[in-house]
Design a protein around this ligand. Structure first.
Ligand code: ADP
Ligand code: MG
Length: 478
């Protein structure tokens, strides 16, 4: 098989978070009992009128801004007409002539570099009802009818399934960071149409594209793209490229293959026209500025900051930025004055472990950045060892008590230099042979001496001071 250049463009639909639906007052919640979150409008009852949900428009503008899109002066909606049982009105309200954002771009991480994705447009629309197919019947769940959807259309700017996957994973994170959607693929909140064509490496014009409709799940998208590239390449190799038709196909999860649904000749004419029940309304500049202020620092920027300025490893960085709440916690720790590596260590080894075990949320955890700072200060000052700190950490978390309560109650630490020196002198006197060994090069005996001091004091010796005195003594003896 020859290697052709693959060209891919994505149309990604993502359900937005909101209290009510995009044009009705029904709850935007698809998970409960079927057909309980419905208003007459969602069922297309005569005489009902749509009312645009301001929060959804705001979130759409937020994403348009993040994607560096041009935003129109007015918000307008259009009707896309077609009949299907999951669409009771016989049309979908969407944005066709003036999407909320056009001509954008987004820089995304790809392997150890970044690539720039080109955005054709983003537009706000409504979801259809959900059809549930059974052996002898199909049921309709109208809870999903009218759920806000943001559709993002990219330019044909991707050249492999890997690039598309990197894009989807990153954009999902961006939606979560912007707090516009859970963007949970498992809940079917993200659905994609995938457009694929191939061309000779040096060709000037793009090849004929095939559209694969409604692919669910990132792994399926990758499989669908790779299958389609292979299918088209084989046809081209065999001199049958004319058989690649501008058509719509579907992906079959069982076989991993794509199948023809309809050709462009049978393409549906949606007879778009301006939605007459929603008058256009102005998108005020002040409002856009307010919305822009809510845009958080995006994961890619944080990644650069963490690896370059804070010198964290790529693995640690990726763990931290994978969840905005975690990244925010990390940054709050730095603001308190905890060193980046120390904060990352506590976060990854202890805090995330605790969160995983208990299902707790980091925003609700009792060990706040303030308390963590208190704890790390105590280690730095040598008041407690890091082992003790971990124990105190667990107490604070589970018993929701202040750190100082543990310091006072079970920490009668010996921090008096004279007292400690006496104890250490005594121990060294009784360990002459070990001292000789130590000077012969068995320097790991240092820990043995520390251990002896701890044993003697039942763990109450100030570890920093102990080490200081021991180092001085062992040098003097030399
Ligand atoms: P249509 O007229 O079929 O809706 P568009 O030009 O609007 O097609 O593009 C729809 C999607 O198809 C976009 O995501 C775009 O990036 C992608 N696309 C367009 N042309 C190609 C091509 N030759 N190969 C792959 N994807 C393409
Ligand atoms: Mg659409």
């Amino acid at each position: 098989m020859n290697n052709y250049k693959a060209v891919i463009g994505i149309e990604m639909h993502c359900e937005l978070k909101s209290n009510s639906k995009v044009f009705s007052a029904a709850r935007n919640s698809f998970e409960e009992l079927a057909n309980c979150n419905i208003q007459p409008l969602d069922m297309a009852f005569p005489g009902t009128l749509p009312v645009v949900n301001k929060k959804c428009v705001k979130d759409a503008i937020k994403i348009a801004k993040i994607l560096h899109c041009q935003i129109p002066e007015y918000m307008t909606f259009d009707r896309k007409n077609y009949y299907y049982p999951d669409l009771p009105k016989g049309y979908q309200i969407t944005q066709n002539t003036e999407p909320v954002g056009i001509n954008g771009y987004l820089e995304i991480p790809f392997k150890d570099k970044t690539i720039t994705c080109l955005i054709h447009d983003v537009h706000l629309e409504e979801d259809s009802a959900a059809l549930e197919h059974f052996f002898d019947a199909t049921l309709i769940n109208y809870n999903r009818a009218g759920v806000p959807l943001l559709e993002l259309v990219t330019e044909p700017c991707f050249h492999s399934a890997e690039e598309v996957l990197a894009f989807l994973e990153y954009i999902r994170l961006v939606y979560q960071y912007a707090d516009v959607s859970e963007a949970d693929t498992k809940k079917g909140q993200i659905r994609c149409d995938v457009n694929v064509s191939i061309m000779n490496e040096d060709a000037k014009e793009l090849g004929t594209k095939v559209e694969i409709k409604n692919v669910n799940g990132f792994a399926n998208i990758v499989d669908a793209i790779n299958y389609e590239i292979k299918r088209q390449s084989e046809l081209k190799d065999n001199g049958r490229y004319q058989e690649v038709e501008q058509e719509t196909r579907r992906f079959d999860e069982e076989t991993g293959q794509t199948f023809r649904m309809r050709s462009k000749v049978d393409a549906i004419d949606y007879k778009y026209f301006a939605e007459p029940n929603i008058p256009k309304f102005k998108i005020g500049e002040d409002w856009v500025k307010e919305i822009e202020k809510e845009i958080p620092t995006l994961p890619l920027e944080r990644k650069k900051l963490y690896t370059e300025k804070y010198q964290l490893s790529l693995t640690d960085t990726n763990i931290i930025i994978k969840d905005k709440a975690i990244a925010d916690y990390f940054e709050a720790c730095l603001k308190m004055g905890i060193k980046p590596k120390t904060a990352a260590n506590w976060l990854i080894t202890v805090i995330l472990g605790y969160l995983n075990k208990t299902d707790a949320k980091i925003s609700e955890i009792y060990m706040t950045p303030e308390r963590l700072k208190e704890l790390t200060d105590l280690i730095d000052k040598g008041v407690i060892s890091s082992k003790q700190a971990k124990e105190i950490f667990n107490h604070v978390l589970t018993e929701k008590k202040e750190i100082k309560e543990f310091i006072n109650s079970d920490n009668n630490q010996i921090s008096d230099k004279d007292e400690l020196t006496k104890i250490i002198d005594n121990i060294l006197n009784n360990n002459q042979s070990q001292i000789e060994e130590y000077h012969k090069g068995r320097t790991n005996l240092f820990d043995y001496f520390v251990g002896q001091v701890m044993k003697e004091t039942r763990g109450q010796a100030n570890p920093v001071l102990t080490k200081e005195i021991l180092t001085a003594k062992l040098q003097k003896d030399n």
